[in-house]
Design a protein around this ligand. Structure first.
Ligand SMILES: O=C(O)CCC(=O)C(=O)O
Length: 142
């Protein structure tokens, strides 16, 4: 991650691990991540098996004259890193459909703080405390 120019300055304050199993019907519905606490870049590492990340716009793409829902399937090979920012972060919902989990898949998503919690923001002091906790975490993930 440190070698990727578009992740310069990225300081993860959260690592969220999800464990998908086809036998359990694992999936995650289309959603936008919170943007009050979480910052611009969402970074996910896709592990153990390939999958498809489905990006969707429920109300279509008026710029292209498309009124119906638009979906874009993004192939994620095992060991791929994907970053969502800009419109992919704030406008397009993302999902992993049940039919796209073929084998066990584990992903880790890293989130940075929003501007409100960074230096110069109204909650900068709290943000610094959160980062300090995150960066010194030594415990057992749950
Ligand atoms: O499984 C994924 O790649 C997406 C995870 C996700 O959307 C989330 O944790 O909010």
């Amino acid at each position: 991650m440190q070698q990727e120019p578009s992740l310069a300055g990225f300081q993860p304050v959260e690592q969220c691990n999800l464990d998908y199993h086809p036998q359990r019907g694992s999936a995650i519905d289309p959603h936008l991540d919170d943007s009050w606490l979480w910052g611009e870049r969402l970074v996910t590492i896709n592990m153990l098996s390939n999958t498809t990340l489905t990006m969707s716009l429920e109300n279509g793409l008026s710029e292209l004259g498309l009124a119906e829902e638009v979906q874009v399937a993004v192939h994620l090979p095992r060991r791929a890193l994907v970053m969502l920012d800009g419109e992919a972060r704030h406008r397009w919902k993302h999902a992993i459909h049940r039919e796209d989990v073929h084998e066990r898949r584990v992903c880790s998503t890293y989130r940075e703080l929003s501007a409100e919690f960074l230096s110069g923001g109204q909650q900068a002091q709290l943000g610094a405390q959160l980062l300090n906790i995150a960066l010194s975490f030594q415990g057992t993930p749950i």
